[in-house]
Design a protein around this ligand. Structure first.
Ligand code: SAM
Length: 356
């Protein structure tokens, strides 16, 4: 948690530059790292039932009592815990956001980013020097089932929160019969579209592991007979043809422009003339409601992470429009979603005759 500052301290660090603000970064980095350790050790979950003395908590979490006490004292100073009479308890903010059973728990998000920043960002300089990512993000995830589960939970929750608005914003003509979801793994979006439009069928393309979760989502919604799951690489898999609408949600930011153009052309080839593509992306620059404050900082951090771990980045609006035009799309529109500070929906129509 950000280290709490008195008005005098804020004046020193931020307003007058009398003290190095980087010292606060150092403390916040340790706070973030300590919270990730507490999550993985089960500290917050064990304290969900009420305050505990350190010896009891150490026995329950299988940790060294002295090491745990030092960690708990650090977490107390950062605001994750409170301490009274030698017992430690979750702070109100920790109880509200970091317990796994809370419906909109932040725990999967914190756990995912903690694993990524502590496990991979150690060599950030290498990708900045070389211009290439220092690993394969999805292979890295596959080797870490717990991190992969947190990643998928985070994505599915985001999708569950945005899908009603997106279905509302993307009208589907009454005669439209086919939806393509490119990299739609968890299948939350196709389920929303198929539920809203009973005439529609869907094809979801993704890697095998991601589709396992999608198959469960689709079966739970009773939509198995209207949805085809196609396992394969997005640059090689058969997308089919004649689709009315293609979703490309949170995909192109994993790639640089040349690969994005290839993907957009593959999508164009899979659509009927006049069909539409919809992209969901955090944009680095956008004419309508650009992100500010923490939203802006998140997009910049996200873009850096994409470059380092996938070789991608957050696109600017104009660049994306240029790539869509190059791939044969017209009538590009962009809007930020009411349900998100940073996610933009960008839609475009396939020109009836594509460029050669
Ligand atoms: C960031 S997630 C987005 C998921 C979903 N579209 C959404 O917006 O919530 C990217 C998805 O693309 C899939 N993916 C990434 N690279 C892929 C590749 N080369 N071939 C197939 N699927 C890929 C991942 O498995 C993952 O499900």
């Amino acid at each position: 948690m950000p280290v709490p500052l008195s008005p005098e301290e804020a004046q020193q660090f931020h307003a007058s530059d009398a003290a190095p603000a980087a010292f606060l970064d150092l403390l916040d980095a340790v706070s973030f790292r300590s919270a990730g350790a507490a999550l993985r050790l089960g500290v917050f979950e064990e304290l969900a039932g009420g305050p505990l003395p350190v010896e009891q908590l150490a026995a329950r979490t299988g940790t060294d009592p002295l090491g745990l006490r030092i960690l708990l004292d650090a977490l107390t100073s950062f605001g994750y815990l409170v301490r009274a009479d030698d017992r430690y308890a979750n702070s109100a903010n920790t109880s509200r956001w970091l317990l796994r059973a809370v419906p909109d728990s932040f725990a999967p998000v914190l756990a995912f980013w903690s694993a990524l920043l502590t496990g991979w960002w150690h060599d950030l300089e290498s990708s900045i020097r070389s211009g290439t990512p220092t690993g394969d993000f999805y292979a890295w995830l596959e080797r870490r089932p717990e991190v992969l589960a947190d990643f998928q939970t985070m994505l599915r929750r985001l999708a569950d929160g945005l899908r009603a608005e997106i279905v509302e914003l993307l009208p589907v003509p009454a005669d439209a019969g086919s939806l393509l979801d490119v990299g739609g793994g968890h299948a939350s979006y196709p389920v929303a579209f198929l539920t809203a439009h009973p005439q529609l069928r869907a094809t979801v393309v993704d890697l095998d592991g991601a589709l396992a979760q999608g198959a469960e989502t689709i079966a739970a919604a009773g939509l198995t007979d209207r949805c085809t799951l196609r396992a394969g690489d997005l640059f090689e898999a058969d997308f089919g043809t004649g689709h009315d609408l293609a979703l490309l949600f949170n995909i192109v930011h994993g790639y640089q422009a040349a690969e994005t153009l290839t993907l957009l052309r593959r999508v164009a080839a899979a659509l009927r003339p006049g069909g539409r593509v919809a992209l969901l992306e955090p944009l680095a620059a956008a004419p309508e409601q650009p992100a500010t404050g923490p939203g802006e900082a998140f997009v910049r951090m996200f873009s850096l992470n994409l470059f380092h771990t996938q070789g991608g980045r957050a696109y600017g609006h104009d660049e994306l429009v240029g790539l869509l035009h190059e791939a044969g799309f017209t009538d590009v529109r962009q809007q930020v979603l009411a349900g998100s500070e940073t996610d933009h929906l960008v839609t475009a129509r396939l020109a009836c005759s594509s460029p050669s």
